[in-house]
Design a protein around this ligand. Structure first.
Ligand code: AMP
Length: 568
């Protein structure tokens, strides 16, 4: 299949806002895609060339892309930079440069999907000495064969910023419409397959080749993460007990969710966003090899940083280990961890999703050998006694954990949030998880740094992010402790996410999530959400959370109402 077909589809998708229309456009594309290309086409539509959890990155910075565009089109680097400043989109710049290309390419060749896909994959494998030059050559070569429209999307794909607005839900619907019989059953089977095997490319291929029959045969693959089960917030312990009676209560630990896969001596660790963090946690890998008795399994737990007395430390401390890609051994010594396991979903080739929670816990107990302070089962009590549960909740808070989970004993493992089964009880004046959606360039001493960060909460109905406060406090000018986050560091993280700039004000894609505490919530006509946080303060960078985890405007409203009641 020719790559121009994909480029044309991107172009139409970009101009279409309706979800139904986007689904139809993709259905048309998927249907006409030959079987040998379908996997690649689906990934390219997602804007990627490896499944998200592979941990492989193309590793191309803006500056290198500017050079590649200049080299392949004959424009000067300065000119390309100037065009980039005007549009903020190197894809558009590449398109325009190729349209006005100064040097005609000698070789004429139409790009195949296969060519683009393989070459983009190659970028990730080029490492070590001289790799930057090789990458530059590879991109320049690809661009020199591209038509303007193709160049636009090749550049955007490489930079991880496709801008065509296709969420996973739309791709899932298009796969169903293209290859499966109409109806609820198909969607249920497809969803299940995507949850236990979240590779949209492969799932599309299986659907195309073998339909529902093929999807039903899919099994978990060790080394490839599954989607996780999450909890929903309950307003009180009583409410949950009234509905379900006896429950399993567990500490809600303040750390990082770890999905651990074991296949013989091989261990993988994934976050809740299915990112591979195995390299960052060699100590956990060793603990798993030693203390998991099964040959093959998937267990889940919460990793917590601990002090020398094995007491848990807040998430900010652990956070440094998640983001760290070098000096890992040093970090292992400086920030020791423990894990508290709470689930098992796969054992010796058997999937356990349909087993009841209490059965899974029993299996987990038999599968691992605990080591005090390091490798443990999550603290759990089973009761319907509210007083006992309240005591347990206080104990969890005193142990500096976030609260407790109340888990329904008979519940299956269901993927996602709001699925019933797990209910969390947390204090109300907790921190909020918000997205950074805007900021201002600093002046004077802070020139070159972003500051005055605009916070956004999520509107569940529209999927938009609405302003709810402005934050400067808590972010540091200088690093005095390892846990400090500086303006410089935040600037580095946010800069590639800029979508527009007006004067000194910038807007970002809502990708960076931070935990924020505050003194009070106020009603505010000045902010789109209708609420403003008073004195918000930066608490932690949540690289383990994504835009879908950002607190909603409904939650802020609820907290506001509650605060009104408690003030009276
Ligand atoms: P939240 O981040 O508030 O949606 O809560 C869900 C997260 O709580 C999970 O992704 C886990 O990382 C974490 N967690 C901590 N303790 C437990 C536990 N005992 N059971 C399940 N999840 C837990």
């Amino acid at each position: 299949m020719k790559y121009i077909e994909i480029a044309k589809t991107y172009e139409v998708l970009e101009k279409t806002s309706s979800k139904i229309a986007k689904t139809d456009i993709l259905t048309e594309l998927f249907k006409k895609t030959p079987t040998e290309d379908i996997e690649k086409v689906v990934l390219l539509i997602q804007g990627i060339v490896f499944p998200k959890y592979s941990g492989l990155e193309l590793g191309i910075a803006i500056q290198m892309m500017i050079k590649a565009i200049a080299r392949s089109t004959g424009f000067s680097v300065e000119k390309v930079e100037e065009m980039f400043k005007k549009t903020g989109d190197l894809g558009l710049v590449a398109e325009n440069c190729i349209k006005e290309k100064k040097q005609a390419s000698l070789l004429k060749k139409e790009l195949e999907v296969e060519d683009v896909f393989k070459n983009l994959q190659k970028l990730a494998y080029l490492t070590g000495e001289g790799s930057q030059d090789k990458k530059l050559n590879l991109i320049a070569e690809l661009l020199s064969f591209s038509k303007p429209q193709e160049a636009k999307y090749i550049v955007r794909t490489i930079l991880g910023d496709l801008r065509v607005g296709v969420a996973e839900g739309i791709i899932r619907d298009a796969i169903a419409k293209s290859f499966l019989p109409e109806g609820k059953e198909s969607l249920e089977i497809l969803d299940y397959a995507l949850n236990i095997y979240p590779n949209f490319g492969e799932i599309a291929k299986i659907s195309k080749e073998n339909g529902l029959k093929g999807l039903k045969q899919i099994k978990v693959k060790l080394g490839q993460p599954i989607q996780v089960m999450l909890g929903e917030k309950a307003e009180s312990i009583k409410e949950v007990i009234d509905e379900f009676g006896k429950v399993a209560a567990e500490y809600k630990y303040d750390g990082m969710r770890a999905q651990i896969h074991k296949d013989g001596e091989k261990i993988w660790i994934f976050t809740r966003r299915l990112e591979n963090v195995t390299k960052q946690f060699p100590d956990l890998v060793e603990l798993c090899k030693k203390h998991i008795k099964a040959k093959k399994c998937i267990v889940e737990g919460e990793v917590v940083a601990i002090d020398e007395k094995s007491s848990p430390l807040p998430f900010q401390i652990l956070s440094q280990r998640i983001q760290r890609k070098y000096d890992i051994e040093k970090m292992v010594k400086e920030i020791p961890i423990q894990i508290n396991l709470f689930d098992i979903v796969f054992l010796d080739d058997e999937m356990l999703f349909d087993k009841k929670l209490k059965e899974r816990r029993e299996i987990l107990e038999k599968t691992v050998e605990q080591k005090q302070g390091k490798f443990m089962l999550a603290k759990q009590i089973i009761t319907d006694n509210i007083k006992e549960l309240e005591k347990f909740y206080k104990e969890a808070l005193n142990a500096k954990q976030e609260g407790i989970f109340l888990k329904v004993l008979d519940s299956k493992y269901i993927f996602g949030r709001h699925v019933g089964g797990w209910y969390k009880i947390k204090p109300t004046m907790e921190t909020l998880d918000l997205a950074i959606i805007g900021a201002t360039w600093g002046t004077g001493k802070r020139a070159g740094w972003l500051g005055s960060f605009i916070l956004g909460c999520r509107d569940e109905k529209t999927g938009k992010f609405l302003e709810c406060g402005m934050l400067g406090t808590g972010v540091k000018e200088k690093k005095t402790k390892e846990t400090d986050i500086t303006f410089e560091e935040l600037t580095k993280i946010l800069k590639p996410l800029i979508i527009s700039e007006k004067g000194s004000n910038v807007r970002f894609k809502p990708k960076v999530v931070i935990s924020v505490d505050y003194q009070e919530i106020q009603v505010s006509p000045n902010y789109e959400s209708g609420f403003a946080l008073r004195f918000p303060r930066f608490v932690a960078l949540r690289q383990d959370k994504g835009p879908e985890d950002v607190d909603t405007v409904e939650r802020i409203k609820y907290l506001y109402e509650l605060q009104k009641k408690t003030k009276k």
